[in-house]
Design a protein around this ligand. Structure first.
Ligand code: G1P
Length: 319
């Protein structure tokens, strides 16, 4: 298949990052700090996404923001005074950290005035795509999909099979109600495709009851979408939660014959969208950090021992 925007190996020029949410699960922090700027060790989630987009070869990060979240774009700015002060003090490592986000990729803000859903947010990105962009990526900043590189596999699948390609991962059946869930079929072995990792999608449903779920393969916040999705997004009705759902547009495309496949991710994933997932992400990144890892391991071991001792004591007291 020929892709026109193929200056990059993946053919992806634009990565869309829906980031207009209110971050209610992180209140009170998110009264003044956008959820996407909360640090994983020292780097905000949005900068981790920018890194993934840059490694993919994309040149533009289309950040869908809310009117009260200007700090998101500001994070990609130059900060000349800060850079000068740090440079004067010989703090080169810190200068590099200040510059990194802006050097990774060019950010473009698209304002979503009202929270009308993920489908609505993605639809707004059409205005920033160039005429020759047949496809674009969506990366949800709540999802860290590790190790990086799944989008590259998805781009290979699109090059071979066309259409749109999403990232799937398997969850326990009782957890599917949190996700977009795929109805999948096995595909025949392709020339370049590991058949166990690639499946055809014959249906998709947003956050079903576990009893009605077609499988336990769920959407992991990485999408490589054909431009045709904008037309589908313009034709869907509000769905789950009264919002315009990206899942419903993809389901509509499937029903109309558009090829959709998933790459089943075989690594790990962190959910930065709520404290229960954000804290383990910080621990995971912290333990891998050359400076903080060894000390953190000792600290966690001591904290665990303390909690276990307290639990044992309260159990003994209760008996
Ligand atoms: C969104 C999508 C859902 C997907 C999930 C992945 O839901 O609507 O299909 O599985 O992201 O994180 P949200 O978590 O924003 O409610």
């Amino acid at each position: 298949m020929n892709m026109s925007s193929d200056e990059t190996p993946s053919g992806v020029k634009t990565v869309v990052v829906p980031a207009a949410g209110m971050g209610t699960r992180f209140l009170p922090a998110t009264k003044t700090v956008p959820k996407e700027l909360l640090p994983v060790v020292d780097t905000p989630g949005i900068e981790l996404i920018a890194e993934e987009a840059s490694v993919l070869g994309a040149s533009r990060l289309a950040i869908i923001t809310a009117p009260n979240k200007p700090e998101l774009l500001r994070h990609f700015g130059q900060f000349p005074n800060l850079v000068d002060t740090l440079a004067e003090r010989g703090k080169d490592e810190q200068v590099a950290k200040v510059r990194r986000a802006g050097d990774l990729i060019e950010p473009v803000a698209v304002e979503q005035a009202e929270p009308l859903g993920l489908g609505h947010a993605v639809g707004l990105a059409e205005s920033v795509l160039d005429a020759d962009e047949d496809a674009f990526a969506v990366m949800l900043p709540d999802d860290l999909v590790l190790p990086m590189g799944v989008m590259e596999k998805m781009a290979k699948v699109r090059a071979e099979l066309g259409g749109s390609v999403l990232c799937a991962f398997e969850v326990a059946p009782e957890e599917v109600y949190n996700y977009g869930v795929f109805d999948v079929e096995e595909i025949a072995e392709g020339a370049d495709l590991p058949a166990d990792q690639v499946k055809r999608v014959v249906g998709m449903v947003e956050k079903p009851d576990p009893a009605d779920a077609p499988s336990n393969f769920v959407a992991a916040g990485r999408y490589l979408l054909d431009r045709a999705v904008f037309d589908a997004l313009g034709r869907i009705e509000p769905g789950k939660g009264g919002e315009l759902q990206l899942t419903d547009a993809i389901e509509l495309m499937i029903k109309e014959g558009h090829p959709v496949h998933v790459v089943v991710h075989d690594g790990k994933r962190h959910d930065l969208g709520n404290p229960a997932g954000y804290i383990p992400a910080c621990v995971d990144f912290g333990l891998s950090h050359p400076k903080y890892g060894p000390g953190l391991k000792k600290a966690i071991t001591a904290i665990l021992a303390e909690h276990e001792a307290a639990e044992a004591e309260s159990e003994a007291g209760g008996n």
